[in-house]
Design a protein around this ligand. Structure first.
Ligand code: NAI
Ligand SMILES: O=C(O)[C@@H](O)C(=O)[C@H](O)[C@@H](O)CO
Length: 334
């Protein structure tokens, strides 16, 4: 396998394809962004205008916020070449192919068939699927050892996380190369098993559906639900991981709360998993017992808590959400 240094090919020029193209172009890579949809000459010309305009708009925002110089906007944009799939797209020069077709099995299968005929057989192919497991998708490619899934988050050019999931047959070499490539362009990759929905889509599907259900049940307005997420749920989980927070609050607390929700809302959606019950039986309920999903060294406990609180303060300060303390007492003494 040649190392991934130069030419990036992206199959599918929609939301994710464009975001991934911008990310690589921003880091100096030449990108061929290939449209797989059948279009007339005129439709394709308009599609390119719209796509370039959208990407330029995003680059302009980066430039206006001082992240990118004004001159660099056109330079970065010029590194992205949008082409129809049948034109010469530099398949033979591609160092890696990212597939970003819609989450429709037939569209992906057709695209993989085409890609596998076009690119040399050692070139890594990464899908960007958020739902299909890497093993399901690997069935659609030849040389399964060069295939894996990279789940980017939308907007791809801004969110650092990429969930990298090798299939059962993916080679260690391909996995290593893709990890290094993502790190080189400033992304933060994490590895996960070939499981549908990977990490974030699986967690957020529950959260997003539950938020929609809150509206359906008349519990709160969309505005208040989203405010609660922005200044509470999301803000806290920007500092503490979900599992880390189970340890802070206690697995026992989660267990009892979940059982009550299950009973009072009359649904199995809140049934706590076996692992929570086991942690309680083993006494590993979190900070209180020194062990939960993480181990907490008693000697480092104060330091750990201080560092975490400092992270909260930095974030709250950045968001302008730290109230000023009252200088004057609320009640004046007689
Ligand atoms: N939209 C999102 O927020 C995220 C999407 N993903 C995943 O990324 C992949 C791409 O998704 P998006 O970029 O959102 O899709 P999209 O719908 O924005 O873009 C897909 C592109 O394929 C073209 N297309 C549509 N139907 C086609 C067909 N039958 N054959 C060939 N081309 C067709 C569209 O014109 C467009 O250029 C999917 O696997 C999706 O699950 C991953 C993370 C976030
Ligand atoms: O987190 C993301 O950006 C993506 O995984 C998505 O939004 C997916 O399309 C999915 O979670 C949709 O529900």
């Amino acid at each position: 396998m040649k190392s991934i240094r130069g030419c990036i090919l992206i199959a599918g020029a929609g939301r994710m394809g464009r975001g991934i193209a911008l990310t690589f172009a921003y880091q100096g890579y030449e990108v061929n962004l290939v449209d797989f949809k059948q279009r007339t000459h005129g439709e394709f010309a308009q599609y390119v205008i719209d796509a370039k305009q959208e990407i330029k708009g995003q680059l302009s925002i980066l430039s206006r916020s001082g992240v990118l110089s004004e001159e660099s906007v056109e330079l970065v944009l010029d590194r992205i070449h949008i082409r129809p799939k049948d034109e010469k797209c530099g398949w033979e020069r591609a160092d890696i192919v990212f597939e970003a077709l819609p989450e429709i099995a037939d569209a992906k299968r057709e695209a993989f068939e085409f890609i596998c005929l076009k690119v040399p057989q050692e070139v890594p192919i990464a899908s960007t699927s958020s739902a299909y497991s890497a093993n399901e998708l690997a069935e659609m490619v030849t040389q399964k050892e060069r295939f894996l899934n990279t789940h980017w988050l939308n907007p791809a050019y801004l969110i650092p996380l990429v969930e990298v999931s090798p299939g059962t047959e993916t080679s260690g070499e391909v996995l290593g190369e893709v990890f290094q490539l993502l790190e080189r362009i400033g992304k933060v990759p994490v590895k996960c098993a070939p499981s549908p929905g990977y990490i974030v889509p699986r967690v957020q599907a529950l959260a997003m559906n539950e938020a929609a259900r809150l509206v359906e049940d008349g519990v709160a307005s969309p505005e208040d639900i989203d405010k609660a997420v922005r200044v509470g749920f999301g803000l806290r989980f920007a500092v503490l991981g979900l599992l880390e927070f189970i340890d802070w609050g206690g697995a026992d607390t989660l267990y009892h709360a979940s059982n009550h929700l299950q009973l009072s809302l009359g649904t199995d959606r809140f049934t706590p998993p076996q692992i929570i019950q086991e942690k309680i039986e083993q006494g590993d309920i979190g900070l209180k017992t020194g062990r939960g999903f993480y181990s907490f060294d008693e000697k480092r406990m104060d330091q750990y808590q201080l560092e975490t609180i400092q992270k909260f303060i930095d974030l709250l300060d950045h968001l302008g959400l730290i109230p000023k303390p009252a200088v004057e007492p609320l009640v004046t003494k007689e």
